[in-house]
Design a protein around this ligand. Structure first.
Ligand SMILES: [Zn+2]
Length: 98
């Protein structure tokens, strides 16, 4: 078995981007649910053949107050129990926020 390095590196450095640099990738603000609705495993895979639907909705999440500019809706399948869950990913792209 291949040995994995278990260096726990939390990359919280993703936030502050240098001023003036363009950020093409929108930030993921929130994912709901964060795991399987049935067994609460977070080991979800994209459901084969499922289409990613993006809704251009702007809003603010409560109670965090985080903004989002689009929602990705995707069918995910739990690798543990096989249940299919609709996962909504909230993204925030500063360039789109008005
Ligand atoms: Zn499950």
């Amino acid at each position: 078995m291949a040995k994995k390095k278990t260096t726990k590196k939390k990359t919280a450095a993703k936030k502050g981007r240098p001023a003036g640099s363009k950020n093409k990738e929108p930030d993921t603000v929130l994912e709901v649910p964060a795991g399987c609705a049935r067994c609460h495993s977070t080991d979800l895979g994209v459901f084969p053949g499922s289409r990613l639907v993006t809704q251009d909705i702007h809003g603010t999440l409560r109670p965090t107050g985080k903004r989002f500019t689009s929602i990705d809706i995707r069918r995910m399948q739990c690798r543990q129990c096989g249940a299919v869950t609709i996962v909504k990913t909230y993204n925030y792209d500063p360039a789109l926020w008005k």
